[in-house]
Design a binder for this molecule. Structure first.
Ligand SMILES: Cc1cc2nc3c(=O)[nH]c(=O)nc-3n(C[C@H](O)[C@H](O)[C@H](O)COP(=O)(O)O)c2cc1C
Length: 307
């Protein structure tokens, strides 16, 4: 019986996994690595683990012949590492920090567990091989892993925090108010920030922002939500909504900064600078997306996406 490969891949992908990066060195010492979710711990005595490299990998021959390799279990927030080792065609190791393990195999900083293995057994398995390793050394730390399901990364921390968010945690609503190719920013001490307000219970971010615009003497039309994120340190949730000023904002409302100069100003947090940088890029393409997540990691959703 033949199966439709796409449907079969989707069915396999229903299995929730973590994400690892498998690393080794070639005979000339070159470092190789690829992202894998086929990792399984197999045996305690002896300690065995396995992973399945595909024959499609450009590094397949190296892994199929390696005497030692390492498995790095990625932490939540290491999506960029996973993406690098899944798709980047240049020097993947130049994009991460790493060190050599006891066998001289690169292990990736920030991983929540690292297993240094000698090759125990290699078994052909269709268009993959089963690469089984005996664990010769390992390290681990108490942190949450990066998850993967149905073709998307997810973070347990995010799910848990969302489920346990305290109802009294203050929420902040902010507006990215554009006028004449410029964004309205407000200065407080050394830092610039978007006009924003702590929201009151039982009112929406939009209602609070409309009231803020009134207070600032601004005629503004609110548009799409641009970003929703939780600040991990404070637990505060921030919602930023796009807006257009219908008339020139009064001086007392803030300063208009050209979009092209937004990367020159000092803003209150890295989350803000990342958000403004994305705004500048998306303004240029005219296609705005929605960010949902945490201050340091999250997902970008197209407004056109349908569930
Ligand atoms: C979450 C995730 C899990 C993956 N798991 C595996 C795997 O178990 N085995 C495998 O061969 N490729 C896996 N891949 C694909 C490889 O990482 C990818 O094809 C490889 O890095 C391409 O490297 P290359 O450009 O050197 O061929 C996975 C990719 C992702 C994003």
């Amino acid at each position: 019986m033949t199966f439709d490969p796409q449907t079969l891949r989707a069915a396999f992908g229903r299995f929730l996994t973590g994400v690892t990066v498998v690393t080794t060195r070639g005979a000339d010492g070159t470092a190789y690595g690829f992202t894998a979710n086929s990792f399984t711990s197999v045996s305690m005595d002896p300690p065995l683990v396995l992973v399945c490299p595909g024959k499609f990998l450009s590094s397949f021959d190296v892994f199929a012949n390696c005497s030692h390799f390492a498995i790095n279990i990625l932490a939540e927030g290491q999506e960029d590492v996973a993406n690098t080792f899944a798709g980047y065609k240049g020097d993947r190791f130049a994009r991460v920090t790493w060190s050599d393990d006891i066998h001289g195999i690169p292990v990736i900083d920030g991983a929540i567990a690292q297993f240094s293995c000698s090759t125990h057994h290699i078994m052909p398995a269709g268009d993959h091989i089963v690469l089984m390793g005996q664990v010769r050394d390992f390290s681990q730390r108490d942190a949450l892993g990066l998850g993967y399901s149905a073709g998307r990364f997810f973070s347990l921390g995010m799910e848990r925090d969302a489920a346990t968010a305290h109802p009294n945690t203050p929420q902040i609503a902010g507006a990215i108010i554009e006028y004449d190719g410029k964004i309205l920013m407000q200065r407080s001490h050394d830092f610039w920030s978007l006009p924003q307000v702590e929201t009151t219970p039982d009112t929406s971010a939009r209602q609070n922002l409309m009231a803020l615009c009134d207070t600032l003497g601004l005629g503004a039309k609110l548009g799409k939500v641009f970003s929703i994120y939780t600040d991990r340190a404070s637990g505060r949730r921030y919602t930023y909504i796009q807006a257009h000023a219908t008339t020139a904002p009064p001086d007392s409302a803030g300063t208009l900064i050209p979009i092209a100069d937004l990367d020159q100003i000092k803003v209150a947090s890295p989350a803000h600078s990342a958000m403004l940088a994305r705004y500048a890029i998306e303004r240029a393409t005219g296609h705005f997306n929605l960010y949902v997540g945490y201050d340091h990691s999250g997902d970008i959703h197209s407004h056109d996406e349908r569930p």
